[in-house]
Design a protein around this ligand. Structure first.
Ligand SMILES: O=C(O)CCC(=O)c1ccccc1C(=O)O
Ligand SMILES: [Mg+2]
Length: 371
């Protein structure tokens, strides 16, 4: 059965994070991003979120490149073709190189629309069975160790299943040693966002004494060869984030021994269809995966929750509750985390309603593309 598309709306939003979020490559507080709305001829509405940032720090994509690619290439492809299933979107978009966050934003809206047309929760449409998911939280680099210890204590008390700490040279081994001394049993991991090179091997080996669950993306954003060398020199498992853009990348990284764990981000891999393919392969290979985050608003957060219901997501992800990021989210109810657990919604599609007033409040511009 075809999905009778009527229009796609591109909503540009501005939202401010409650607190600045600092990684080894920069600080975020004001977030501009797109919500994609796919509307069918029966009046169903599907929503997707672009996770590109304003600056090309995490990857080469930005809010502006997403707008260009969505408007000038991806929407025209959908206008010229008939879609039966969201997987068709992924296949059609394969004629365009990369630009995965742009692709994912549209594909996500079509997945939500498809699930709503089938009266299925998105999690079920993807094949997910979990009714609850375990989640952790990612904490940015803090001004002082004291601030960091207080912040960790706060989220540990809230029950998050693991705490991820951002590190960079000068704020790494020393800081993590203090954290470990204060929280001897807490499940902790570190994310370097590519802040190191192979010259740092001996330094990074000091992390092996700290019982970390893993170290995420220590080396360059596009590397899998040096990570394989580093993994051989470390007992701590390496998890790849930035380096994995596709199932093909995941296969190569696993073959080379570049990582023992993969962080799957829907936007980074071009959408839910590819995310699911990577999940399926990793499950077969017994490689643990978890769902990463991009400081999403409610729509992106809902997609992450649905994906995490697949059985191979064996480790807690970065999908924290809405209130950790926003004064007011754009979905109703907001995402709530209790004792480190999110109850998966069972309504059709993403399972959360759009808070129309909030969407309107944060929207600075909407463009409509008719089919
Ligand atoms: O809370 C979240 O959404 C995850 C935060 C996070 O770690 C992150 C935030 C922005 C850019 C990159 C990353 C990352 O996982 O590397
Ligand atoms: Mg990361």
């Amino acid at each position: 059965m075809t999905i009778p598309m009527k229009e796609i709306k591109l909503h540009k939003l501005n939202m401010r994070l409650n607190d600045p979020f600092t990684t080894s490559f920069g600080t975020f507080q004001d977030k501009e991003f797109f919500i994609l709305e796919a509307v069918d001829k029966d009046g169903n509405r599907g929503f997707g979120e672009s996770v590109a940032f304003s600056s090309p720090w995490y990857s080469e994509e930005t809010v502006k490149t997403n707008q260009h690619v969505v408007e000038d290439f991806l929407i025209p492809i959908l206008q010229e073709n008939t879609i039966h299933h969201p997987d068709d979107v992924s296949d059609l978009f394969s004629s365009i190189r990369r630009n995965n966050m742009a692709k994912s934003a549209i594909e996500g809206a079509v997945w939500d629309l498809y699930a709503k047309r089938k009266h299925l929760p998105l999690a079920k449409a993807l094949g997910g069975k979990k009714t609850e998911i375990d989640v952790g939280i990612s904490i940015g680099i803090q001004p002082t160790v004291k601030d960091l210890l207080n912040t960790i204590d706060h989220y540990a008390q809230e029950g998050y299943k693991r705490i991820k700490l951002k590190i960079k040279p000068g704020k790494d081994v020393n800081v993590l040693q203090e954290v470990r001394a204060h929280f001897p049993d807490l499940p902790i991991m570190a994310d370097a966002n590519s802040a190191y090179t192979l010259k740092d091997i001996t330094h990074l080996q000091k992390l092996d004494d700290l019982n970390l669950m893993m170290i995420e993306q220590p080396l360059e954003h596009d590397d899998i060869v040096d990570h394989a060398k580093l993994q051989k020199a470390l007992r701590t498992p390496i998890c790849l984030d930035e380096s994995i853009h596709s199932l093909a990348d995941a296969k190569k990284a696993i073959q080379l021994g570049s990582c023992k764990i993969i962080n799957i981000k829907i936007g980074r891999v071009g959408g839910l269809t590819e995310a699911k393919r990577i999940h399926d392969y990793c499950k077969e290979q017994r490689i643990d995966v978890w769902c990463g985050g991009m400081l999403e608003a409610g729509v992106g957060r809902a997609h992450n929750i649905a994906l995490t219901t697949l059985p191979g997501f064996t480790l807690p992800g970065d999908t924290a509750g809405s209130s950790r990021y926003w004064q007011k989210d754009i979905i109703r109810p907001e995402v709530i985390v209790e004792n480190g657990v999110i109850t998966v919604p069972d309504k059709p599609g993403i399972g959360y309603d759009i808070d129309e007033a909030a969407l309107k409040k944060f929207t600075v511009k909407t463009k409509t593309f008719r089919f």
